[in-house]
Design a protein around this ligand. Structure first.
Ligand SMILES: *[C@@H]1O[C@H](CO)[C@@H](O)[C@H](O)[C@H]1NC(C)=O
Ligand SMILES: *[C@@H]1O[C@H](CO)[C@@H](O)[C@H](O)[C@H]1NC(C)=O
Ligand SMILES: *[C@@H]1O[C@H](CO)[C@@H](O)[C@H](O)[C@H]1NC(C)=O
Ligand SMILES: *[C@@H]1O[C@H](CO)[C@@H](O)[C@H](O)[C@H]1NC(C)=O
Length: 448
């Protein structure tokens, strides 16, 4: 290999530590249901949730399925332990980060726990979620101080690098689950700092709607609703991803959250429309949604938001099926993201008997669409995503009997055809600087 090429590769490796690699399929597992040993298409498993004790050490409660799973797992499959998840844990995390000595004790305890139980890394998930575990309180505790959070991230990074150097073991991985809402991203995270210390960031691109809202809306829309205004414009996956990339974060550092559950709302007035007054009735797992399809719910695909809803009487469920998931996976590829986080994989149809779509239809779909794909290092110049992809007969499209103005549903073909070039500018500039640097290097070598 030519020397300049080597130098160029080294330079490239500094610019794009994550691109050029395998597309990650990260599967979140909630611990109380046990891990299904056949989740073989996941590249990473995240086991939930470890706790921060009152003495600021990390502890976890895990059951035999995890041991069994690890004993039988593919050696390439990496297993993470997630900490956080619920309001109580987030309150504890705030306390832990409030003092240097608390934080240092925590950091060291993570290495011990991860190594003792043979985990490959940790995921800091201080995002309240309504999907896993007991329902959240209406006003969940959030990370109070974003600077402290960055310090924790840097301390963990240093600890794991030091430990790997000292012991000769593979370095422990560190990921962070961040909000998918622009306002929260601005106020609660130093994204540039977190992108430096974490191996990647899982974006919680779901739970956009829930019990905090008093209206019926889709909780994981890919695109904004036609005519959405103000903050509502930001409550979707595309807005979150575009916003994060616009801050200069390398897209390959981001993983798109793919929920395996829908959120059900009960309408509380005579208005039967999205945006109408409603109360949240909780989450519905994917496996149950397949049965709902079979028992007379009406499915409507929202052309603006690029996701389906189901309607029956005064109830409406915003959810994802294989059609919208396919659009989201393709979106992740188009945006050069590093992978997908399936949240949680417990709700996939592990035995293939509930949905008649084979075993693990969701994980398999991600695998199928990304099997020969490596995360691209090239700037975004490809044509926009073709959103007119015909659904593969996976579910029927039924015209709703709802009082929804037609334009609301079957609006214009929004969003995915917009050019993305503008948001990529800062990254292109960085890349140009490196290319100039490479040319200078080559020139120097010619001189020598
Ligand atoms: C893995 O994904 C492939 C491709 O989609 C699929 O054919 C296979 O059944 C999946 N395997 C498991 C164990 O889910
Ligand atoms: C993907 O790779 C496999 C094995 O390398 C190959 O057999 C298959 O044809 C490839 N599929 C596509 C769609 O390129
Ligand atoms: C988009 O996909 C559809 C369905 O696969 C196809 O009929 C159509 O020609 C495609 N459009 C473009 C512009 O590629
Ligand atoms: C899809 O539906 C059409 C019409 O209903 C049918 O002719 C075709 O065989 C179906 N394709 C698959 C793959 O099921």
């Amino acid at each position: 290999m030519n020397l300049e090429l080597i130098i160029f590769s080294i330079l490239l490796s500094f610019i794009n530590a994550d691109c050029g690699g395998e597309f990650k399929i990260v599967c979140y597992f909630s611990s109380w249901t046990g891990i299904h040993p056949e989740a073989k298409n996941c590249t990473h498993i995240v086991y939930t949730f470890a706790r921060i004790e009152d003495d600021n050490t990390l502890t976890g409660v895990w059951n035999n399925p995890l041991k069994e799973f690890k004993a039988n797992k593919d050696p390439d499959l990496k297993v993470f332990l997630a900490v956080g998840g619920q309001d109580y844990a987030i309150r504890r995390a705030n306390e832990m980060m409030s003092k240097d000595e608390f934080r240092q004790k925590f950091v060291i305890s993570t290495t011990k726990l991860l190594r003792t139980h043979e985990f490959d890394g940790i995921d800091l998930n201080f995002e309240p979620s309504e999907a896993l575990g007991p329902p959240s309180t209406p006003n969940p505790q959030l990370i109070e101080d974003k600077k402290r959070f960055s310090v924790l991230c840097k301390d963990l990074q240093e600890e794991y690098a030091e430990e790997a150097g000292r012991t000769g073991r593979t370095r422990l991985l560190l990921t962070i689950t961040i909000s998918g809402i622009k306002k929260q991203l601005e106020s609660r995270f130093e994204l540039d700092e977190l992108a430096k210390c974490a191996d990647w960031l899982n974006v919680q691109t779901y739970d956009y709607r829930g019990s905090r809202d008093k209206i019926a809306e889709h909780h994981s829309a890919l695109m904004p609703a036609a005519g959405a205004t103000d903050d509502d414009k930001d409550l979707n996956q595309d807005s979150a991803i575009k916003y994060i990339i616009s801050t200069g974060i390398e897209p390959s550092k981001l993983l798109l959250g793919l929920p395996t559950f829908g959120k059900k709302f009960r309408l509380t007035s005579d208005l039967h429309d999205l945006g109408s007054p409603a109360t949240s009735v909780g989450s519905v797992p994917y496996t149950e949604l397949c049965r709902n399809t079979m028992s007379g719910w009406q499915r409507v695909f929202l052309d603006d938001r690029k996701v389906p809803i189901m309607i029956k009487g005064d109830e409406v469920i915003g959810y994802d099926d294989l059609q919208s998931m396919e659009l989201k996976i393709n979106y992740a590829k188009e945006q050069r993201l590093g992978g997908i986080v399936i949240y949680p994989v417990n709700y996939d149809d592990s035995a293939g008997q509930l949905c008649n779509q084979g075993k693990f239809p969701i994980v398999s779909l991600v695998k199928e669409l990304t099997s020969n794909y490596t995360v691209s290092c090239l700037p975004l110049t490809t044509p926009p995503l073709n959103t007119t992809t015909a659904p593969k007969n996976r579910t029927k499209n039924i015209t709703p009997k709802w009082k929804i103005p037609r334009t609301e549903y079957l609006g214009t073909n929004l969003g995915l055809n917009r050019p993305h070039r503008r948001v990529y500018n800062s990254v292109s500039v960085v890349r140009s600087i490196y290319i100039i640097q490479y040319l200078l290097f080559s020139f120097l070598f010619l001189l020598v």
